[in-house]
Design a protein around this ligand. Structure first.
Ligand code: XMP
Length: 517
């Protein structure tokens, strides 16, 4: 396995994704882990990430000395290259000029890292590679034992290597797709240089994960809040496979779910898979507490609080349960080094089930802790969950509660559910569902005038929202074909009595958010 030490770059997680794509297991940890930690990890190789700092300013931002003493290959990327150079006796200086964006590097000598890789050659037959650079400092003096393996016009040491010790370092970012041969470089590092096999694959992982759960919980009982979302669904399928009836799922219908969602969850899990699912219809309770409340944050709080309430009441009925399972995934777990500088986002943990564990006195079971989202999806497929469920758009915890602007009423939720289902139906039919990251309808509690047949109508408005995004932090509105929008609008106005106008949201994030509340 590969150890990745994070110096706070925004793209460190991508390094982990690239390594895992090579079917090599890796973990991401902050750069300041102890020497002992590095030794105990027993890595086959170590990767030092990029980061926002300067080595001559942030003196304490160094790799543990053990990294260079273990006798395993090391790959330094950007800041990781600079700290490697400095820690091994080379010199790093500000280049005066920031290099940012595409660069063409010329590979030099024969390095194991770039062997056989080139995007094209120059007149003298030297291999050229397109890479993505982002740095202000550069290595000006090589540490002993190193030689230059790539350079650009403005950066004579764009990559360096000590082939004897198998230390490699690159000033550019091989983990981003803009570096055309980046994937191959990572592949060469983990397979050829570190000697890792292709051991990390889903079919094997399923069995491993099942064994691990069995060893962890033994004969004890487990309780899981099943929402119908991807993560909790995959946890349910995995635990059911591992421990069968020792698992009880609690599915809370808060009255703010999508059309037929409760039936679908019961069909997939209870009837098809034979999972024990307690279906609690708490619509009345949620609606009761939401009556008269129109502030978005207040609504979120109420929905969260009532969920805990309902879940707890159900958990009390299962006195033998010793474990609470959660769909925490790897991005939730990673303690980003950037968090220490305040540069990257703060640490999130257990964001799925706020406040549950402490009050319930249950041990936490988080079988997806090691997985990235797309790996969770692969696992879901390997466990036999329907494609539609595993590749579903995300749905917020407060559900339609934040898609009905202002006060939430059951009547509004019923209208919105039907409009939303039509939109999603048509997106799927037009092959647009998988091309959007999230799509839904929003209920606007304002009435506008329309005409239908010979009569005047005075009814509510629905807004359609569809976005494309990688990480949901920024998003573009989806340029859906007008004919598709027209069809959706027609169907909603004709089929959903109470809606006489449909609009399309063309706001990006930022400055708008994806949800309307
Ligand atoms: P925004 O609206 O902030 O949404 O651009 C970004 C992503 O987060 C989801 N979202 C939520 N998910 N509880 C959740 O579990 C919430 O309160 C919540 N608010 C927004 C949203 O659906 C989108 O995918």
């Amino acid at each position: 396995k590969i150890l990745i030490l994070d110096f706070g770059s925004q793209v460190t997680q991508l390094i982990a994704r690239r390594v895992r794509e090579q079917q090599v297991y890796c973990e991401l940890h902050p750069f300041d882990v102890s020497d002992q930690f590095v030794r105990d990890f027993k890595p086959a190789g170590i990767i030092l990430s990029g980061g926002p700092n300067s080595v001559y300013e942030a003196l304490e931002w160094k790799a543990p000395q053990a990294v260079f003493e273990l006798g395993v290959p090391v790959l330094g990327i950007c800041y990781g290259m600079q700290t490697m150079a400095q820690q091994l006796g080379g010199k790093v200086e500000s280049s005066g000029k920031r290099e940012f964006g595409y660069a063409e590097i010329r590979a030099r000598g024969h390095s194991e890292l770039f062997k056989g890789l080139q995007d094209r050659t120059n007149d003298e037959g030297h291999g050229l590679l397109d890479v993505w650079m982002s740095h202000g400092d550069k290595v000006t003096e090589l540490p002993a034992g190193f030689k230059v393996i790539a350079s650009t016009e403005s950066c004579p040491v764009a990559a360096m290597a000590d082939e004897t010790r198998k230390f490699y370092a690159v000033q550019f970012h091989p983990e981003v797709t803009h570096t055309l041969k980046g994937k191959e470089m990572i592949a060469r590092f983990v397979h050829e240089i570190c000697g890792c096999g292709h051991d990390w694959n889903m079919p094997d992982y399923v069995n491993e994960a099942i064994e691990k759960v069995r060893a962890q919980v033994g004969k004890e009982e487990v309780i899981l809040g099943l929402s119908g979302g991807v993560d909790s669904s995959v946890v349910a399928a995995l635990l059911h496979r591992a421990i069968g009836d020792q698992l009880t799922c609690v599915f809370v219908d808060n009255g703010l779910l999508r059309l037929n969602e409760a039936e679908q969850v019961m069909q997939t899990f209870a009837r098809n898979l034979g999972v024990k699912v307690i279906h609690v219809d708490a619509t009345a309770q949620f609606m009761g507490h939401l009556a008269g409340v129109s502030d978005p944050e207040q609504k979120r709080k109420i929905i969260g609080r009532e969920f805990v309430e309902v879940f707890q009441a159900e958990a009390k009925k299962l006195p033998n349960a010793k474990w609470l399972a959660q769909g925490t995934i790897y991005p939730d777990v990673i303690e980003s080094a950037g968090a220490k500088t305040g540069k990257a986002h703060a640490i999130k943990s257990h964001h799925n089930v706020g406040g549950l564990p402490e009050t319930l006195n249950l041990k936490l079971l988080e079988p997806l802790r090691e997985l990235f989202k797309d790996e969770v999806r692969e696992l879901g497929i390997a466990l036999g969950l329907p494609h539609e469920m595993v590749y579903r758009h995300p749905f917020p915890g407060p559900g339609l509660g934040v898609r009905i602007l202002g006060e939430v009423k059951k009547e509004f939720a019923d209208l919105l559910r039907r409009a939303d289902a039509i939109f999603i139906d048509e997106l799927r039919a037009a092959d647009w569902y998988d091309k959007t990251s999230q799509a839904f309808a929003v209920f606007l509690p304002v009435k506008s005038v329309g005409v239908m047949g010979d009569g005047r109508t005075y009814e509510y408005v629905v807004a359609l929202r569809a976005v494309q995004t990688q990480d949901f932090m920024t998003a573009h509105w989806a340029e859906l074909p007008h004919s598709l929008l027209g069809k959706v609008s027609n169907r909603i106005i004709n089929e959903v009595r109470g809606i006489n106008r449909v609009v399309y949201d063309i706001s990006g994030k930022p400055p708008a958010t994806i949800e309307w509340e």
